[in-house]
Design a binder for this molecule. Structure first.
Ligand SMILES: [Zn+2]
Length: 144
């Protein structure tokens, strides 16, 4: 299990930690089901392992939920490893420009810009995060 204080790790450590989709999904699953699984369709709390990595499947209604649902990465159409990296830069340094990200990650500039904007808005909306302190990735991973 990953137990990290993401705000205190370096960019290199971060990239080594989240270098595969699986590790990103494992982290999201851990965050999202910290207090256990509750099926969003029927409120059942028993689950079995789903078909995709780190997803969970309700034992009663068979609804399967991905680890991404309800996180800031839901609906993200590019690699999670790249999305995690963008989130890291936005949280820690206020970010490389979308042009730099585009070059580094081999994504379209518009894709980087859009995702960065989504993250910034998510940070702004959250009243419980002080704008004066470094925003911690942990705090914004789950959408409220
Ligand atoms: Zn269910």
């Amino acid at each position: 299990m990953l137990d990290l204080h993401l705000d205190s790790i370096s960019e290199l450590e971060f990239n080594q930690t989240f270098n595969t989709e699986e590790k990103c999904l494992e982290y999201l699953a851990q965050k999202k089901w910290t207090n256990g699984f509750v099926c969003r369709k029927c409120n059942n709390t028993n689950y079995c392992i789903g078909k995709s990595s780190f997803s969970r499947r309700c034992t009663r209604c068979k609804h399967e939920e991905s680890a991404r649902v309800d996180t800031i990465f839901e609906g993200c159409r590019f690699d999670l490893t790249k999305a995690f990296y963008i989130a890291y830069t936005v949280c820690h340094t206020k970010g490389d420009s979308s042009h730099e990200l585009s070059r580094k990650l081999n994504l379209r500039q518009m894709t980087c810009w859009t995702f960065k904007k989504k993250l910034s808005e998510c940070i702004k909306e959250r009243q419980d995060i002080s704008p004066d302190i470094k925003v911690k990735l942990e705090e914004i991973v789950l959408r409220k």
